[in-house]
Each structure stands twice: as structure tokens, then as C-alpha cells.
Design a protein around this ligand. Sequence first.
Ligand code: FAD
Length: 380
Amino acid sequence: MDFHLSPEEEKFRGEVRAFLDENLPVTDIKRWLRNVREKRWVGFSWPEEVGGGGGQIMQQVILKEEMAKRKAPPLGTDMMGLAWVGPSIIQYGTEEQKRRFIPEILDSKYHWCTGYSEPGSGSDLASLQCKGVLEGDEYVVNGQKIWTSLAPFAKWMILLVRTDFETKVKHQGITCLLVDMKTPGIEVRPIKTMAGTSFFAEVFFNDVRVPADHRLGAEGQGWQVTISALASERSSIAEVEALQRKLEQVKELARGARKNGRAVLEDAGLRRRLARIETKIEAMRLNGMRFLTKQLKGDPLGSETSINKLHRAELEVEFGEVALELLGGASPYVKGSEAAVDGGRWQATALSWPEVVIGGGTPNIQKNIIAERILRLPKD
Ligand SMILES: Cc1cc2nc3c(=O)[nH]c(=O)nc-3n(C[C@H](O)[C@H](O)[C@H](O)COP(=O)(O)OP(=O)(O)OC[C@H]3O[C@@H](n4cnc5c(N)ncnc54)[C@H](O)[C@@H]3O)c2cc1C
């Protein structure tokens, strides 16, 4: 690893810092989004011909680092569009699909949602049964998706359907469609989470007609499209800064907390726990550097992103648990209660663990990926 910055990269860091000095704190989010779009920082590494920034990976890292340090708002509001739908369309889409969707994703015109999981197909995604049958120039879709984040608000969905029920290889015969959520026959039923939010939903498809030119990639190529999308979801460059900030906040909480008349920081067990968290975040940072080295050599990211997905899941759970212990008698008071500490943010952290632990693949599945594809351990 050699991360000494070149003079051009140092110059770029200076440019980012100057921009952030000028634009932070953000008082008008629309203006912020317009300004970062004008800088061509949205879709930073996407090709210029589709409207992206055509930027280098190292510059993108610098941008993310500086933004995270200064707690800048994100570069867009359509998180799924920017994180994996856009890159998938750039890689597999037709010219018409790129012209149609990429500018709208870059402008965060609306939200995308991801229709992969089904009631019987989560970890074993390739067993999905939602059916797509080509009739003339349309696919007729019937079936159900579940846990679809943002489905109650999204305008478009990236959807996986089975188009071949004869194949013996379950990863084959899956096709990816881009679906307008207003198409007749789609029913969205929001699911309430234990944190009280309703950001995800069950989605039912009843004879939903999707134009065949909204197929992403070839028929039967849906699995490949998904694998590259999920690798984008599990990469983690910006997360380390956010986790370090959260650790500082937990330490702050610990500094003010007392138990049985004594400062909790006198407790060696707690100090060890905080040290373990810090060590894990540092391991994530170093792993991030390894991933970056690979990308700088021109190799795509793959299974290794599961390592940081696993670390992050463990860390977020630990943050919630430590914080609630530190709050002691104040721990039951959630957002909205006058007695809530820090506006109930730690309760929200503690109740939102499924998002980071289960969403995007469970810890068991990440361990399987690491064991089989990185450590090459036998399956049985
Ligand atoms: C907050 C949240 C947001 C989500 N957002 C989306 C979304 O936007 N779009 C979408 O498509 N999906 C979404 N999901 C679904 C998520 O991807 C699945 O819940 C996840 O992949 C697990 O699938 P499952 O729920 O069917 O559990 P299962 O696959 O039934 O797993 C149940 C348990 O068995 C274990 N297990 C299963 N198979 C194995 C195995 N081979 N080896 C070892 N252990 C195994 C799992 O680890 C788990 O503990 C979301 C989930 C959550 C919680």
C-alpha cells in the first residue's frame, strides 16, 4: 500500500476543503445538491459521457474523507439509485436506459427501491419465485417481494424475477427488470419496524406489465447484475469516519455516566469494551485501504467487502448496547419523551440494528462468503 498523495491529489483535497468551507453548514439542502452536482461530484467516478464526474478512485476517497470529517450532507437523496442501481445501469444498461435513468439518478429526482428478497428467498436469493413471462414486448410479472426498503416512497424498483423455471441451475433463469412503481397491479403494504418507522414494505405483483425494453441486461443475466450491485452495497469507504464519530459520542456519554456512585470510566470492563470497538474500527479502516489498493490496481471488488459488512454489523449492535447501559435509568425514554437523552438517538440506534445486521445479507451469510470464497474452506 502506498497512499502518498500526488501533487494533483493534494490540490484536489485543497479544492474540496475550500468548497466545504464555503458551503457548510448547509442551510438550503436543494442549493447544496445543485452545487455538488455542478461540481460533478455526484456520480464522481461514473463516466463523463453519461453525466458522471469521470473522477479517479483516489480523488473519490479524498472527497468522501473530507465530507465525512466535516459532517457534510450526502451528495444526493436517492441512496439506492446512486449506490447500486446507477452503477448497474452503467454496466449492463442499453444506451436508451442510460439516457433515460442516469441523469434522473444524478439529480436525485426520486427514490429507487430494490425488489430482491421474497418471503421464502432472503439469504438464498437465487431460489426466488416471483415470475416474469415474456408476452410480446412486455413481461407479465406475478408474485411477491418483502422487506423492500423505501417501497412506500419509491418511483422505480430494480426487480429480480424468475423467467426460466426449467433450469436446473438456480442462479440461471433470473432476469432483472426496471419497474415503474405506479404500474397497475402493484400493491405496496408498509411494514412497521420495532423502531416505529415504516420505511419498508411487502410488494405484491398481480399481472404487472413491464415493457421488455426495461429489462436490465440479457434475459437470464439477472444474477450477474445483482452480484455487482451487492458488492457496491457492501463496500464501506465512508463508513469508518461515521463509526469513529459514533465512538467519540459514546465515549462522551461514558465520561458523564456514573454507576453506584462511581464514574463508569473507572470500570476496567467498560474501558476494555471501548478499546475493542476502537480496534475493530481500525481493522475496518485498514481493510478499506486494502480494498482501495485492489481498486487502484484496476481489480473490481468482490467477496472481501463482506469482511467490513460483518464488522460494521457487530459494531452497530455493540454501540446500541453500550449506550443503553451507560444511560441506565434513562434508557427506556425514546424520542418524543422529555426525559430522552440526546433526543432518543441511542434508543433509535439500539432498535435499528436489523437494518445494518440483516439488510444486504446476514452475518451468517457474510461468514459463509468469507469462508468459501476468501479462505477457500470446504463447503461440507
Ligand atoms: C431493515 C432491512 C431492510 C431490508 N431491505 C431490503 C431491500 O431493500 N430489498 C430487499 O430485497 N431485501 C431487503 N431486506 C431483506 C434482507 O436482505 C433479508 O432479510 C436477508 O437477506 C435475510 O433473508 P431472510 O429474512 O429471508 O432470512 P433467512 O434467509 O430465512 O435467514 C434466517 C436465518 O437463517 C440464517 N441462514 C440462512 N441461510 C443460511 C446459510 N446458508 N448458512 C448459515 N445460516 C443461514 C440467516 O443468517 C438467519 O439468521 C431488508 C432487510 C432488513 C432487515
